[in-house]
Design a protein around this ligand. Sequence first.
Ligand code: DGL
Length: 267
Amino acid sequence: MNTTKKISSSSPIGVFDSGLGGLSIWKEINQLLPNESTIYLADSKNAPYGEKSRQAIIDFSIKNTEYLLSKGCKIIVVACNTATTNAIKVLRANYNIPFIGIEPAIKPAALQSKTNRIGVLATKGTLSSELFIATSEQFRNSKNIFEVEGAGLVALIEAGKIEATKPLLKKYLQPLINQDVDHIVMGCSHFPFLIPIIKSIVPAHIQIIDSGEAVAKQTKNILEQHHLLNTTNTGNHVFYTNGNLPLLQSFLKQIEIQTESVFFEEF
Ligand code: DGL
C-alpha cells in the first residue's frame, strides 16, 4: 500500500477515531506540540467501532489511514482504543509510516493503586481484543483488574447526549465501587468527555486515569526519533467528519479550539 505525498517535518500529524472521542487525545497532542499541524478524522458514520467485528474495525482503520496518507500526513495517531487494540498490528505491517496507538492505561493505574484493585471501563471491542488481554495478563498476578463494558456510551456521546449517559454510568460504575477499586481507567478515548459526570458518581478517593498525555509524549518521542519534529512552524489544524458537522464544531468549542477549518466529507 502506498503513501502518496512526500513527507517532511512540516507535514501534518494525522489523527483518527471512530468519531469525536479522539479529540480528547488531539487536545493533549496540540498542547505538547503547538508547532505541529494536524488533520483530524472523525469517522462518526461508522461509530461505534466497539460493537463491530474485528475485520470491520481493521477495514475502517485502513480506510482512515489511506485518507490521512492522501493528505500527506507524516505520522498517524490512532486515537481510538478499539482501533488500536484490533488493527494497529495490521496498519504497521502494511504502511511505511510511524503509528502511535492508544491502549487502556492499566500499567500506571496498577503501579499507583494502593488497594491493588483497579477498574477498566472500555468498549466490548477493546476488552475482547488479544492486545488488551495480553496487556492485562501481565498485571493479573499481583493486581485485581475489574473490567466493565461501557455499552451504549459512545453512541450517546456521538449523539451529543452527554448528560443522558449518567444512568448508564451509575450502572457500570457501581460494581467497580463495590469492588473497592481506587483507580478507574478510561479505556476509550470518548470517555474523558464523561469525567465530570463520572466524578459526580464515584467516591472522591477514586482516581480517574486516561491515556491522552502519554500518547502525546509518545508522539513527540517518535517524531524526534524519525527527525520529523516540527520546531519552526505554527500549527495549522483541519478537522473532517463524515457525520454531524455542527456536533463536531460544538465539541471543538468545548476543548477551546477556534478554527474555520472544519468540514463534512464522505470518506
Ligand atoms: N473512541 C473509541 C475508543 O477509544 C470508541 C470506540 C467505539 O467507537 O466504540 O475505543
